[in-house]
Design a protein around this ligand. Structure first.
Ligand code: UD1
Length: 340
């Protein structure tokens, strides 16, 4: 069965392609390589022994999207990762984000609605909850006004899909709300490849560990948490990738009870920034150079998932611990920085 993975050369996309291939799906990747590299294809192939079909294509080019679906009429499911994801950049360039994340989603859905037979998985984010009032966060927690155009594209994306599903009986969709993805494939063939200075915590830690960055800044230690630093739910990227395959199968096998649904994907456990640093120090045996600085504007205090819905309805549960995920991130960082 043929599955289209948009953004399949990216961090979460590439890990999902591996899990899809391991489950016997034929994968077609579309990626514009704006934040990824074609070399990722080799990494995927060396893990699974199979080369996915790849088309370098920009989803903003509507005619090319239409042409793609004419040539691949047998696509049964789509996992849609392709999107811009830098929160700060989205504040500077909102229209870029609305075009990259919303226009492209509309073009894809237009094709799927015309087919009237497709399963669609959307990359959403726990960012839709903002600072939730109660922990852990269930899917019923209210969606709060977005802090950034990036966050808004995830909220609007969910609404666009829900509205389309309502009037398209053959289209079934699931939005997965990720908490904080981290780590790399255990093979170290694929992993996270941030361009420039990483904005996210884990790649900044591993780059500091390997000597590329001098010091990690911990953004605030005066939050009302156990040790004063922010709490997040760090989910191993391979666990997250598996959640996509399980969600897709639920739709393909017609086991879904609604034609649009949302699931949290996290571990259910919160970790503070200092706990993440300690995890790095345990798995690497190195002391991390860090200092406490001011809070980062826009950061929420605490977010961790209630994963009951995914556990019970998808039969999915995170399997890896923070230390295992951190170990994979560290192995990957060391491998990619080794002089070849
Ligand atoms: C961020 C985005 C979120 C997006 C996600 C994508 C914001 C406010 N949120 O989540 O919308 O979906 O990335 O990956 O930008 N930290 C440090 N020092 C650093 C980097 C991070 O102390 O150099 C802290 C942050 O304050 C935060 C935690 O580490 O408490 C995690 O930060 P990060 O990895 O950027 O993820 P989020 O902010 O949770």
């Amino acid at each position: 069965m043929k599955i289209l993975v948009t953004g399949g050369l990216g961090f979460i996309g590439s890990h999902t392609v591996v899990e899809l291939q391991n489950e016997g799906f034929e994968v077609v990747i579309i990626d514009d390589c704006s934040n990824s590299s074609e070399n990722v294809l080799e990494g995927i192939q060396s893990i699974t022994g199979k080369a996915p079909i790849f088309e370098k294509l920009d989803l903003k080019e509507k005619a090319k999207v239409q042409d793609f679906f004419k040539r691949h009429e047998d696509v049964e499911g789509v996992i849609h990762f392709a999107a811009s994801k830098a929160v700060g950049e989205s504040v500077e360039k909102p229209l870029l984000y609305y075009e990259n994340n919303i226009a492209t989603l509309v073009y894809l859905l237009q094709e799927l609605a015309a087919k009237n037979r497709a399963s669609f998985i959307f990359s959403s984010s726990c960012t839709v909850y903002g600072q939730a009032d109660t922990m852990p966060i269930t899917e019923n927690a209210p969606v709060k006004p977005a802090e950034s155009p990036y966050g808004n594209t995830k909220q609007m994306g969910e609404e666009i899909i829900a509205d389309t599903c309502k009037v398209t009986p053959g289209l079934n969709a699931i939005a997965l709300r990720y908490f904080n993805p981290m780590g790399a494939h255990p093979s170290t063939e694929i992993g996270e490849l941030p361009i420039g200075v990483p904005q996210n915590l884990v790649p900044f830690i591993t780059q500091t560990g390997v000597g590329m960055r001098e010091q990690l800044s911990v953004f605030g230690d005066d939050y009302p948490t156990e040790d004063g630093t922010c709490v997040r739910d760090y989910i191993y990227v391979v666990d997250l990738a598996k959640a996509h395959v399980i969600a897709l199968k639920r739709l393909l096998e017609g086991k879904n009870t609604m034609n649009y649904d949302v699931f949290n994907v996290g571990t259910g456990k919160g970790s503070t920034v200092l706990e993440v640093i300690q995890s790095f120090e345990r798995v690497s045996g190195k002391k991390l150079n860090y200092k406490i600085v001011d809070r980062r504007p826009g950061d929420i205090t605490t977010a961790y998932a209630d994963t009951t819905k995914a556990n019970e309805q998808l039969g999915w549960k995170a399997e890896y611990t923070l230390d295992q995920a951190m170990g994979s991130a560290w192995n990957w960082e060391q491998k990619i920085r080794k002089p070849s």
